[in-house]
Write a protein that binds this ligand. Structure first.
Ligand code: PRP
Ligand code: URA
Length: 208
């Protein structure tokens, strides 16, 4: 399967706090951001660096540097915004786009309400951000929109994922690798991830 799950005791520890319904907005937001940055490191393990010459206080050396401009982060609104600070901490000069999607409460189908991506997006590698991968509908539609714009390299970063969503995304978009902090058990009848963490957008923005 084209999915990589973070397996680290400290990530499990962070997830334990994140999932707890007693955890408040500030801490929830900080944890989403922190885990997003770890996912970003993981998803960029295979990047090609450009060799440059630098001078240390001791001597000259040749070393690899990231061409940050080749990358774009695209959060799926709203909840994906919570991951942006974390990934920008890793690649501060990446371009940023936004895709607005919400799940219809009755049909659970995604509705697209905003789409704005940086110029020349087709030449960049895109990291799509959303803390929750449930049915996979939002991720699939967001990837469709990016591919329509000519994007060829996409990675999907999510904090919690459901097996149903992973299967749906990999079936429709086998070229898109998923990086997730944890694969949960299943979706419930309301298409929420179990055990999950509830509604990520509401917990990040304190809307409920
Ligand atoms: C949540 C989440 C994903 C989507 C996942 O967003 O952030 O975008 O649901 O569900 P899916 O895999 O079944 O499509 P939501 O619709 O709650 O919008 P919000 O981020 O504005 O709260
Ligand atoms: N969206 C969320 O925020 N949480 C879920 O469990 C499923 C979709």
């Amino acid at each position: 399967m084209k999915v990589e799950e973070l397996k680290h005791p400290l990530i499990e520890h962070k997830l334990a706090i994140l999932r707890d319904k007693k955890t408040g907005t500030k801490e929830f937001r900080e944890l989403i951001s922190e885990i997003a940055s770890v996912l970003c490191y993981e998803a960029m393990k295979d990047v090609k660096l450009k060799k440059v010459k630098i001078t240390t206080p001791i001597e000259e050396m040749e070393i690899g540097k990231l061409e940050e401009d080749n990358y774009a982060f695209i959060p799926i609104l709203r909840a994906g915004m919570g991951m942006l600070d974390g990934v920008l901490g890793v690649v501060p000069n990446a371009k940023i786009g936004h895709i607005g999607m919400y799940r219809d409460e009755e049909t659970y189908q995604p509705v697209n309400y905003f789409f704005k991506v940086p110029k020349g997006i087709e030449k960049r590698e895109v990291f799509l951000l959303d803390p929750m991968l449930a049915t996979g509908g939002s991720a699939i539609d967001a990837i469709d929109l990016l591919k329509e714009k000519g994007v060829k390299k996409i990675k999907f970063l999510c904090i919690i994922s459901a097996p149903e969503g992973i299967e749906a995304v990999t079936k429709k978009h086998p070229d898109v690798k998923i990086y997730t902090a944890h694969i949960d058990r299943e979706l419930n009848n309301n298409k929420y991830i179990c055990p999950g963490l509830g509604d990520a957008g509401d917990r990040i923005f304190g809307t409920k």
